[in-house]
Structures are given as structure tokens and as C-alpha cells.
Design a protein around this ligand. Structure first.
Ligand SMILES: *Cc1c(COP(=O)(O)O)cnc(C)c1O
Length: 445
């Protein structure tokens, strides 16, 4: 194979070839234009786009109710509030995920307790969940990370034992199936994001909440509308019964998502095939651990996370994290946009570990930041160091040719592994979280 692009060779693919996500076709343009022309702007519109989207998504996942909201973070906040989380509660959250679920917990005045994840599925570990439950714990947010359902039966058993409310965050797992059941109808309440990066996006911000519980649906509907009950066709009462938010979704964005929903199933099927082929090609590369899924559930491949095996790296005299960092630089130069997704576990984020004076966060928790304990989230720390991800790129139906070039880039890098190892040695990975010695001695090492 040719000279590596990082050394002045020709890149395996160019930026101009990158597929664009979300893909906007004439169907979405027409859907949005129609909503604009019909003044289809709010959820109050009888049989407007918001109501239609709610009905279609409830049917899609097999839930009794769906409530459209402003975004995925608001969806988690409302779901937790309606599930009974109170200020002063502890809420269990996976340590490896996007920060939204932990922020949602903090917005309610509750304290996030971080649970380590499984090193293969990257999802919250049921055994660690059991270990981390505190006397004040009232709920757990289960994130189906990267498009793979978490171990819901095992988690539900722990939740039942400790009487924890379960909120599923399926922002990354739209359409995923767990033991024959669609995500969105398993637990009392499930949240989704329609952010532009997700498998089912909108043209901006949006979120969906599904539940089979009519009482929860009514609470959430009230909480998204200033704590007010709106009755379609009736004048507003301006009576407020709860500390609600203004967290509604709008008609134009609902119309966009409704249009995409028309080809959601077909796009998923195409994606299964093209990602399958891509992973098949990479599966032969030594020391590279490709994403996978157990036989009893699907993976909707929202994000593809690749780890580097510790034994393989050690045999070459470097750490897996340093090898990952070097390989990432080489692949990026080749035009393959692999990158980190989360650079630290949530418990190491400044907002939770050492909120700066003057921030709102500094006034939380009696001014005592939560303690960062590497051992408590050891798998999450390892994964953050030794893995990179591919995002959005592979979601676009018809991205096969580009994914082939991406696989070429991997093979090109592996053909010159000695150079990559040298790079790893010269610029080793340094984790961004505080080292144990600093924490123990209270001074810099
Ligand atoms: C994207 C995402 C969210 C937040 O959704 P927004 O719509 O951006 O607020 C929440 N949780 C996870 C796991 C996500 O990936």
C-alpha cells in the first residue's frame, strides 16, 4: 500500500466525499413547506404534525402514549420528575455516556451516582448498579449506548429490589430491539432525542417520551407546558398546577421527522447491511476490537466504537490508549474521521468533580463537589482511553463506497504498523482526569 497521508502520501478518502447526515430529500422539503403553509406550528393543532408524530412513534415502538418535547435532555428531566425524583435524591447514571442524563438529574436538585459500564457492550453494568445503590437512591437512568440495548431484565431486577424508578434513555437506540421487544415499551418510561446526529433526527432539536402509563403521560404533558393542562379546542385556563417547563416540540420540526419516519425501517435495513460489511472487513485486523451485539438483541449502530486490545499493544511495547491515539491521528490524516466520543467518564467532568467558583454548579451539593474515584469507574476510564468512534458517516444509506475507503485507510495504517507504534511511543496518551496520587496527597505530583 502507498505512503501514509500523515507522511505526505495521498489520503484514502477526501473530506468532499464524506456523506452528509441527516440526509434531506425533496420529501422533507415538501413536509416542512406544507407545515409552514398550513400554520402547523404547535402541538395544539388538532391532528397537526406534533400529534401525528406522537401517534406514529407510539405505534412504532408499541407504547400506549408518546409525548413530543423540546429535546432529549428535556425528555429525561421530565421523565425523572414525573417518576417522582425529588431534590436531595440520588439517581444512578452510567459513567460512560453523553452528559445529558447526569445534567437532567442535577437540574432536579438530585445527585448523580456514577455506575461503571460493561467493557464489551459499553452499557451500564447491572452488578455494579447493585453495588452503587445508596440509601437515598430513588431512580436509575439506563442509557442504551451507541444503539445497543442494555441488560434490561437484570437491571429491572435490581431496580425492583431497591424500589428504583427506571428511566430508559434511548437517544442513541431508536428502533433497537431487546429480546423481541422494541425499546420504548419495556420500562414505565423511555426517552428519545431527535437531535440532528441521531438515527431518527429532526432539522434542529426535538425529543420524544414513550410510556404505557396514562398517569405518567398526563404528568409529563403538564410538565412540558408550564404545569398547565391544555385541552385542544378550548381556551387556555392559565391555571398552573406544577413547576413545569416550556419544553414543547414544534410542528415544523415534527413534520420533518414524520417524513423521515416514512423510510426509517428501510434505512435501518440498509444500514444493517452496509455496517455489517464494513465491520466484517475490519474484523481481521489484529488487536482491533469491533463493536458487536449479543444474539438476543439488535444493534442499530448509532455510533461504532472500536477498542484496541491491551495484550496486542503491550506486545508492541505501548499502552492500548497510546496505540489508539496514534492510530486515530494516522486515520484522520487518511480522511477517515474517527475520533473520541467522551474524553473522560462523567464523574471526572469539572462540573461534578471541581465546579469553578461562581458557577451555578458550585452552589450544588452544599458546595462539596462529588469525588472522582478512578477505581469506581475503571472500565469507563479504560474504554475512554483505548477506543475511538465513527459517527454519522456510516448512517447515510448508500455510504458503502466511502466505508470501503475507510476500511482501506485502516488496512493502510496496519500495513505500516511499525510507524504507528513509533508515533504511539513518541506521543503517549495522558488521561485528562486527576491521577490517584494527586487526590490522595492533595498536591500535584
Ligand atoms: C444526544 C443524547 C442525549 C441528549 O439529547 P439532546 O436532544 O441533544 O438534548 C441524551 N442522552 C444521550 C445518550 C444522547 O446521546
Amino acid at each position: 500500500m502507498g505512503k501514509l497521508a500523515i507522511n505526505g502520501g495521498v489520503p484514502a478518502l477526501s473530506r468532499a466525499e464524506w456523506p452528509v447526515w441527516p440526509r434531506v430529500t425533496a420529501a422533507e422539503e415538501l413536509a416542512v413547506l406544507t407545515a409552514l403553509r398550513q400554520g402547523d406550528f404547535t402541538g395544539l393543532q388538532r391532528n397537526g404534525s406534533v400529534q401525528q408524530l406522537e401517534e406514529r412513534w407510539a405505534a412504532e415502538v408499541g407504547a400506549g402514549h408518546c409525548i413530543a418535547v423540546a429535546n432529549g435532555t428535556a425528555a429525561i428531566t421530565l421523565a425523572l420528575a414525573a417518576s417522582g425524583v425529588q431534590p436531595g435524591d440520588d439517581v444512578l447514571v452510567p459513567a460512560l455516556t453523553f452528559i445529558a442524563p447526569a445534567l437532567a438529574v442535577a437540574h432536579l436538585g438530585a445527585r448523580p451516582i456514577f455506575v461503571d459500564v460493561d467493557p464489551v457492550s459499553f452499557n451500564i453494568c447491572a452488578a455494579d448498579l447493585r453495588r452503587k445503590v445508596t440509601p437515598r437512591s430513588t431512580a436509575v437512568v439506563v442509557v442504551h449506548l451507541h444503539g445497543l440495548a442494555a441488560d434490561m431484565d437484570e437491571i429491572a431486577a435490581v431496580a425492583a429490589e431497591f424500589r428504583l424508578a427506571v428511566v430508559e434513555d434511548a437517544a442513541q437506540a431508536q428502533g433497537a430491539v431487546y429480546r423481541g421487544r422494541k425499546i420504548g415499551s419495556l420500562s414505565p418510561v423511555t426517552t428519545f432525542s431527535l437531535s440532528i446526529s441521531k438515527n431518527l433526527p429532526t432539522c434542529g432539536e426535538g425529543g420524544l417520551i414513550t410510556t404505557n402509563d396514562a398517569g405518567l403521560a398526563a404528568s409529563i404533558t403538564r410538565l412540558r407546558q408550564f404545569g398547565e393542562d391544555l385541552i385542544p379546542g378550548m381556551a387556555r385556563s392559565y391555571e398552573h398546577h406544577d413547576i413545569g417547563w416550556n419544553n414543547k416540540m414544534n410542528g415544523v420540526q415534527s413534520a420533518f421527522t414524520l417524513s423521515l419516519l416514512g423510510r426509517f425501517g428501510a434505512d435501518n435495513a440498509i444500514r444493517q447491511r452496509q455496517v455489517g460489511r464494513f465491520l466484517q472487513r475490519l474484523s481481521g485486523l489484529p488487536g482491533l476490537i469491533c463493536p458487536s451485539h449479543p444474539a438476543d438483541r439488535t444493534h442499530v449502530w448509532h455510533i461504532l466504537r472500536f477498542r484496541f486490545a491491551h495484550g496486542f499493544a503491550a506486545a508492541h511495547g505501548v499502552s492500548a490508549a497510546s496505540l489508539r491515539k496514534a492510530m486515530q491521528r494516522v486515520l484522520q490524516a487518511e480522511g477517515c474521521p474517527v475520533r473520541e466520543y467522551q474524553t473522560m467518564p462523567l464523574s471526572a467532568q469539572p462540573v461534578f468533580r471541581s465546579a469553578a467558583a461562581g458557577t451555578w454548579a458550585a452552589r450544588f451539593y452544599d458546595g462539596r463537589p462529588l469525588r472522582f474515584d478512578r477505581q469506581a469507574v475503571a472500565h469507563s476510564c479504560d474504554i475512554v482511553g483505548d477506543s475511538f468512534v465513527l459517527q454519522k458517516f456510516h448512517l447515510v444509506p448508500g455510504a458503502d463506497a466511502v466505508l470501503e475507503k475507510c476500511a482501506d485507510a485502516f488496512e493502510k495504517a496496519y500495513a505500516q504498523l511499525d510507524f504507528v507504534i513509533e508515533l504511539a511511543r513518541a506521543q503517549p496518551y495522558a488521561p485528562p482526569w486527576p491521577q490517584e496520587t494527586d487526590e490522595e496527597s492533595g498536591k500535584a505530583a
